[in-house]
Design a binder for this molecule. Structure first.
Ligand SMILES: Cc1cc2nc3c(=O)[nH]c(=O)nc-3n(C[C@H](O)[C@H](O)[C@H](O)COP(=O)(O)O)c2cc1C
Length: 526
């Protein structure tokens, strides 16, 4: 048999394990070595393999002509030398046949050849079993290639007679695999990075939502499944771990707000607009809370909405503040009107008294000043009301010199409504002005005692107040009632929801008033 012999090439697919195993079997059968078990026969075969003539055996011819590089080694000889190498092997390695015959195949190996793979190969050879490995080999010209090597034993009866091997240049295959591996690793890293980015951004979103106490929710419009974030559940007065389905959620919506909510949902889905609504929910503990919702519907490619999702914020405090502000605005409006009416009354009545222009100016100024002083007291108290002592001290301050003990004020602490405070302030101003003009404060010795007490009664508490003048000049009852007296008696009685009257006793006037006291604490009311 000769390697140079032209024989029809057995073309076919690259080697597979099965293919090589069948080649080994072909060699056994074609060379008639099965079962012979004789060294003589083995030697004959070796001789036959080495022959340069082309034998007529079709199987041997196939091995010789195979495009798959193949070698046969003889394990019975020292160091398992190559006894046959086909043309394809010589072409693959770049060595001539006589350069390889008689040598162990390891001469092809590189120092960096994977020792683990070589170990597997050695073990298989020692045990006489087939093996497939991938080794780094060097061609004669120095070029490296990845050798996908399949080695299979050939038995002569029970005795190992030969090894047949095929070599396949798997460099491009290996490179492709490495490329694929690199791509896969890069892809995995990218997926990992994106997953990390996503979870970081989800984490950030969760943080922002929590920091803003924003609950998030979504409603699947296909199966009407409702999902709520932990914060949203807390806003609803639930435990973060409580399950919350749509039906349970619907039950929390304030009955008076449900229809409005339904309309808003339908309108935003139909109009592709934002969902923006505030409505009340009633927590399981019965507390009513105002929630602000913002969201939007999501549509599929077919234009059909599949989800409504958004955030919710507890705006109960803001709602209360708004209601309080509206109340305050009304209150202020009312007070301004009242004050203007009072100012108007002061001016009209003072003018009617036919005083000199200078007196008129002084009286008007004094009265308006007293009104302003009482307003100051109330403003200090944020218009929640003021104590009677505060009102009296402020109103009487212009009539008391430093260290002056002629006006004595005493009584328990009593909180007045803003309206009562204004009325008393004006009354004290009028009484003191009269005292300066006609009464106890006209001389150097007269005194005034302002005192009060509280009568606990049912259904409300009452205030009884007395203004008494001593040691002034003898009192002459006025021939006609001026604005001062009228305001004190009539207006005050109205404002106080009680009585007020002046008794012009000759030894000093006595003013008494009874007023209904507010339920403590006094609030913003008339
Ligand atoms: C039939 C046969 C063909 C072989 N072909 C190759 C080969 O192409 N390249 C290679 O690196 N090793 C090849 N080897 C492996 C070596 O010859 C040797 O068995 C291996 O390096 C393990 O033995 P060692 O540790 O003594 O070197 C082949 C072995 C056999 C039995």
């Amino acid at each position: 048999m000769t390697a140079d012999t032209e024989v029809p090439l057995a073309r076919g697919p690259p080697s597979t394990c099965e293919y090589e195993a069948s080649c080994a079997h072909a060699i056994e059968t074609s060379l008639g070595i099965q079962g012979l078990g004789m060294h003589r026969e083995h030697d004959r075969i070796v001789t036959e393999l080495a022959r340069t003539v082309d034998g007529a055996d079709p199987f041997a011819a196939a091995v010789r002509a195979s495009q798959m590089a193949m070698v046969i080694t003889d394990p019975r000889q020292h160091d398992n030398p190559i006894v046959f190498a086909n043309d394809a092997f010589c072409a693959l390695t770049g060595y001539a046949r006589d350069e390889v015959l008689g040598r162990n195949c390891r001469f092809l190996q590189e120092p960096e050849t994977d020792r683990v793979e070589i170990g597997r190969l050695r073990e298989a050879i020692a045990e006489g079993v087939p093996v497939e490995v991938r080794l780094l080999n060097r061609r004669k010209d120095g070029g490296l290639f990845w050798n996908r090597l399949f080695v299979s034993p050939v038995f002569q009866g029970d005795d190992l007679a030969f090894f047949v091997a095929s070599q396949f240049d798997a460099t491009s295959e290996k490179a492709r695999l490495e490329h694929l591996e690199t791509d896969r690793e890069a892809l995995e890293r990218e997926v990992e990075r994106r997953t990390r980015d996503l979870s970081e951004s989800e984490e950030r979103l969760r943080f922002v939502l929590e920091a803003g106490r924003l609950g998030s929710w979504s409603l699947d419009l296909h199966d009407m499944r409702f999902a709520a974030s932990e914060t949203f559940k807390v806003v609803l007065g639930l435990d973060p771990d409580d399950p919350l389905g749509r039906t349970a959620y619907e039950a929390l919506i304030h009955a008076d707000d449900r229809a409005r909510r339904d309309e808003a949902v339908a309108a935003c889905i139909a109009g592709h607009g934002d969902y923006d609504i505030e409505y009340r929910i009633v927590t399981p503990a019965g507390e009513v809370r105002w929630l602000k919702f913002r969201g939007r519907p999501f549509y599929g490619d077919d234009g059909v909405p599949f989800r409504l999702a958004g955030i919710a914020l507890d705006v109960t405090d803001r709602k209360h503040a708004e209601a309080h502000r509206a109340l305050l605005a009304n209150e202020l409006n009312h007070r301004v009107k009242n004050t203007l009416a009072t100012v108007q009354a002061i001016v009209v009545q003072t003018l009617r008294a036919n005083l000199s222009p200078a007196e008129t100016r002084d009286v008007i100024q004094g009265r308006i000043h007293s009104l302003a002083a009482a307003s100051d007291v109330l403003t200090r108290e944020k218009w929640d009301g003021a104590t009677l002592a505060e009102v009296a001290t402020t109103a009487l301050a212009p009539f008391r010199a430093d260290g002056d003990r002629r006006i004595e004020v005493r009584g328990p602490e009593v909180m007045l409504t803003p309206r009562q405070a204004l009325a008393f302030s004006m009354a004290f101003h009028e009484l003191a002005t009269n005292a300066v003009k006609y009464g106890a404060l006209t001389n150097g010795v007269g005194r005034i005692l302002l005192d009060w007490d509280v009568l606990a009664g049912s259904p409300f508490r009452a205030l009884r107040l007395t203004w008494q003048e001593f040691d002034g000049p003898p009192v002459n009852p006025p021939t006609r009632r001026g604005f001062g007296s009228r305001m004190i008696e009539r207006a005050l009685a109205d404002e106080l929801e009680g009585r007020a009257e002046i008794d012009y006793r000759p030894d000093g006037i006595i003013f008494t008033a009874q007023a209904r006291l507010p339920e403590a604490p006094a609030g913003l009311r008339d």
